[in-house]
Design a protein around this ligand. Structure first.
Ligand SMILES: *Cc1c(COP(=O)(O)O)cnc(C)c1O
Length: 374
């Protein structure tokens, strides 16, 4: 029960009620495997084999899962994707960057670069939220900053090196919610960075970055030239990663869940199959919305719709905040829209760990609520 007096029948409820866009569902069987690993690993030295073995599994698992080309490396450290933004101002952006600005996360990164005194004012290519800018006009910059999935709006960008880019410019991709769920060609990117608590169904606290040889060259050169706070030093993070370590004590449970999940996704058929499964779940939601006169996909262009984050606008007769609240009172969690977007909207994560049948159940539950509200 809830303040609206709506009860959703048990048989309409998803088996697992976690639909958030990060943090997102952590599969219970992975938590059970973590519990079995705990006595030999949690609370043990991160300089010994148990924890270094987890780092090694994560790095090798990522290289296989993303089919990284020769010379690409996987770096990681503490701090989450937000830390990579700060680190990029020291060791990835040389003078001037270009930013696709299409939502809250991409705006935040561009804003932070704009406030950095040793960098030039960045170029911002903005689009209305719910759409995406074209990757053009990127001459005169040394870094092109893209967002694979703009988590605040549910827009996906195609990852391509710009046609008119400078020789040697790096492509930096915030893939925080996309990584693991959406396929892409790694030769088109230089730094593909993310956190483990979204598509990788782990917990927060770490950042990971897939680095091309050109990115490694840039990092090592700028690390030697610019004084960098130790926690933001990507050169040092890379050197530690090569030794299957992190600069300081890592989030060990996060590492263990991440190693488990990347191997589970490989066993599920690899990135191409996982991408297709995520898109099938997202497709259920958009088709469902298209078939109702009180719901519509927020992202108008089907080609720009993310396979892992779906945003649905509702008609004023069906207040989204009420729908989410009724769902929450039944243990169906985190369907609220991104707060600052300020729309009458639901946002649903269809990450790899979310079951197809649970998405179907969620939609039936929303219908049940809407029938009682409208
Ligand atoms: C969640 C998110 C972030 C921030 O990740 P943290 O791990 O909290 O630092 C950055 N960018 C995008 C696109 C995100 O979805």
């Amino acid at each position: 029960m809830n303040t609206h007096g709506i009860t959703i029948p048990e048989e309409l409820l998803p088996r697992d009620g976690r639909f958030g866009c990060g943090p997102s569902k952590v599969p219970q069987d992975a938590v059970e495997r973590l519990a079995r690993l705990a006595p030999t690993t949690l609370g043990t030295s991160h300089r010994q084999d148990a924890v270094r073995g987890l780092v090694a599994r994560v790095r090798a698992g990522m290289a296989r899962y993303f089919d990284l080309p020769e010379g690409y490396e996987v770096a990681l450290g503490n701090g989450g994707a937000s830390l990579v933004w700060d680190a990029a101002t020291f060791q990835l952006i040389e003078e001037r960057s270009w930013h696709a600005v299409l939502g809250e996360f991409s705006s935040k990164f561009a804003g932070l670069v704009g406030a950095t005194p040793w960098l030039e004012e960045p170029v911002r290519a903005e689009s209305a939220f719910g759409d995406r800018p074209a990757i053009s006009g990127v001459s005169g910059v040394d870094a092109t900053c893209l967002t694979h999935c703009e988590t605040s709006t549910g827009v996906e960008m195609d990852l391509q090196r710009p046609q008119d880019g400078e020789e040697g410019a790096l492509v930096l991709v915030d893939a925080t919610s996309a990584a693991g769920g959406l396929a892409f060609d790694p030769t088109q990117v230089d730094v593909y960075y993310f956190s483990p608590q979204k598509a990788f169904a782990s917990d927060g606290g770490l950042w990971l970055a897939l680095l091309s040889p050109a990115a490694i060259e840039r990092i090592e050169r700028l690390a030697a030239q610019r004084h960098t706070p130790a926690m933001l030093d990507l050169g040092s993070a890379l050197a530690n990663s090569r030794k299957e370590q992190t600069l300081n004590t890592p989030a060990v449970a996060t590492l263990a869940l991440l190693a488990d999940q990347v191997e589970a996704l490989e066993a599920a058929g690899g990135l191409t199959e996982v991408d297709a499964a995520c898109r099938a779940k997202a497709g259920l939601i958009t088709q469902w919305a298209d078939a109702r006169d009180w719901a519509a996909p927020f992202v108008a262009d089907p080609a720009a719709r993310s396979g892992v984050v779906t945003t649905i606008d509702l008609d004023e007769r069906v207040p989204a905040a009420t729908v989410s609240q009724v769902l929450r009172s039944h243990g169906v969690l985190d369907t609220e829209a991104y707060r600052k977007l300020g729309r009458n909207q639901l946002r649903i994560g269809t990450f790899p760990a979310v079951d197809h049948a649970d998405v179907e159940a969620l939609l039936a539950a929303i219908d049940h609520i809407a029938e009682r509200l409208a």
